[in-house]
Design a binder for this molecule. Sequence first.
Ligand SMILES: Nc1ncnc2c1ncn2[C@@H]1O[C@H](COP(=O)(O)OP(=O)(O)OP(=O)(O)O)[C@@H](O)[C@H]1O
Length: 251
Amino acid sequence: MEKHHRHKSAGVKNECVQVVVRCRPLSNKEESGNYQKVVEVFPTRGVVEIQNPSEVSKENRKMFTYDAVYGPNATQQNIYDETVRPLVSSVLEGFNCCVFAYGQTGTGKTYTMEGVRGDPEDKGIIPRAFEQIWAHINRAQNMNFLVAASYLEIYMEELRDLLKPSNRGGLELRERENVGVYVPNLHSVLCKNVDDMVSVMNQGNKNRTVGYTNMNEHSSRFSTSSRGFSLGKLHFPLTRFFHCKLTLSLS
Ligand SMILES: Nc1ncnc2c1ncn2[C@@H]1O[C@H](COP(=O)(O)OP(=O)(O)OP(=O)(O)O)[C@@H](O)[C@H]1O
């Protein structure tokens, strides 16, 4: 998981980019197939250790250090509160941010970003961000917020508008000074509350090309992909990317 942040803000570490690792638990299938756990996570030190299972020895352990690491017991709420909430708070003060999950198929990107539909505890980063945004907007006084959401997918180097699948062909990723990365003609939907945003996300998910892939079925072609969520300017060309633009005016 990588967090990208352009500006310093209270409550957010000063680094522009932070890299956070989350290791999911072994699945039932992996447990029953007697797969070995090769990753050990040390959250207090921000360290992940990987052991070569064919030759267990201290020399065969590799250690990596990150801004934060989460083990199999970390909850969706832990991750949101500690790594994402401060970023969304800074967006509500006018900055841009981007959170994206990157990893091999089956590692938990969709689980982390979207979560399990209909299960409040297993809600992922994106719906939790919607709630934080609207809690803030509903509390704000003398201010008007305009919230527009768009959702795109990049598949085989082709851009697809997940909110308007007929919008095919001409979509391009562009970059302009003062504007950043953007996609001209990408459809965006004005949202008035959390439910509007959730239904935009669900609508887009129905149109996506890359559905859930079972790692065992696809073992001959491991793939790596990403899921993203950004607020403000669009930052990264990703496999699936939910983008939300907030415009603020005084009333
Ligand atoms: N932290 C976790 N706790 C419990 N289950 C998890 C966790 N992370 C992932 N899973 C489960 O592991 C499976 C694979 O996760 P997920 O679909 O999110 O992977 P992915 O990286 O999005 O894969 P793909 O790239 O193939 O779409 C799912 O059944 C998911 O529910």
